[in-house]
Design a protein around this ligand. Structure first.
Ligand code: BTN
Length: 337
């Protein structure tokens, strides 16, 4: 039986469900106690734990309890019951604060956590970006999530999970908020030339084959200008800054997990080739002059496309064609808009 089926739910979730079903009306403590087979003191304790999680619950000596508002937190109480995925997020680990969700996901993976395990935090104290950069993760404004994927794909192909995540996030930013989001290969999501999210994929492999992957994504959602990391190579932005108002993070997280699952399944079934058209549509560097920092030095040229394995195709200034598997696009003539 899945841990999300009602009979396995912790009691405070059943209390919460009763309050939600009452749609803003009072639920008497006596009725709740009778329905759930608890004492009134037992109900009160569960109400207190819901309040600690951030639920605003009014109590009235005669009428009972009334749910006034639900917090915009990524608590399992608000995510698990609404997720429509088959495998993504079915094992959901939530932390109000953690050093790094990637570190935790790597730890869980080593202990045998299942494919699709998700680690989410409201705040990271040692969030990590690519190339040893820190990833600023202020409390309750972003989404800091790591997805564990168990796969035996060759290492080069498995690394494409990075692009699958970028594609899924861009897709939902366009669908939910009509934002002109795009991908700066291989792992940045930009909106109007400013960085709105980054992805750090880490893996464990045996020789050439992957054992598991952890795809970590940091989304700037309700950050305001004071939260922007001055160490970004590009100016940063957030969904709220672009729209001019905050948005529900729960909605974004759930839509992302669902979209990622759909895209990743497509990728496994039909290969990266099946995602190439969308990848090219979303790319903000296609046709642009760029500089790419690779392990063998810097290349400069025009991006002509992506190969079916997700690598960047570059026409160098001397006319030669080059395929770049791993690199950091450090400079674009003009801008990324
Ligand atoms: C980058 O653009 O450099 C990648 C940033 C990745 C940040 C995310 S936040 C969730 C996960 N946990 C981490 O420590 N890093 C990734």
């Amino acid at each position: 039986m899945s841990p999300m089926e009602p009979s396995h739910q912790p009691t405070h979730r059943l209390v919460l469900q009763q309050l939600k079903d009452a749609r803003g009306s009072y639920c008497s403590g006596t009725a709740l106690a009778a329905q759930l087979g608890l004492t009134r003191t037992g109900i009160w304790k569960h109400i207190q734990s819901l309040r600690t999680l951030g639920y605003d619950i009014e109590s009235h000596p005669k009428e009972g309890y009334r749910l006034l508002s639900v917090p915009d937190l990524l608590v399992p109480e608000e995510v698990e019951p609404h997720l429509t995925t088959r495998w993504m997020g079915r094992s959901y680990h939530y932390f109000p604060q953690i050093a790094s969700t990637n570190d935790e996901a790597l730890r869980l993976a080593a202990r045998g956590a299942p494919h699709g395990t998700v680690v989410v935090a409201e705040e990271q104290t040692r969030g990590r970006g690519r190339l040893q950069r820190p990833w600023l993760s202020p409390s309750r404004c972003g989404i800091y999530a790591s997805l564990l994927l168990r796969t035996a794909l060759p290492v080069r192909e498995a690394a494409l999970a990075n692009l699958v995540a970028a594609l899924a996030y861009v897709k939902i930013l366009r669908r939910l908020y009509a934002l002109p989001a795009g991908i700066k290969w291989p792992n940045d999501i930009l909106i109007r030339g400013k960085k709105a999210a980054g992805i750090l994929t880490e893996m464990q492999s045996d020789q050439d084959f992957t054992r598991f992957l952890v795809v970590g994504i940091g989304m700037n959602v309700n950050h305001d200008a004071t939260h922007m990391d001055a160490s970004f190579r590009y100016p940063g932005t957030s969904v709220a800054l672009e729209l001019g108002h905050p948005v529900p993070r729960q909605e974004i997280l759930m839509a992302f997990l669902e979209e990622f699952e759909a895209q990743y399944d497509l990728f496994l079934e039909n290969g990266f080739e099946s995602l190439m058209a969308v990848m090219e549509e979303y790319s903000i560097i296609l046709g642009k002059m760029v500089r790419v920092q690779t392990t063998d030095g810097e290349l400069a040229g025009k991006v002509t496309g992506f190969n079916p394995q997700g690598a960047l195709k570059l026409r160098l200034e001397d006319g030669r064609e080059e395929t770049v598997w791993v690199g950091d696009v450090t400079h674009v003539r003009g801008d990324f808009t």
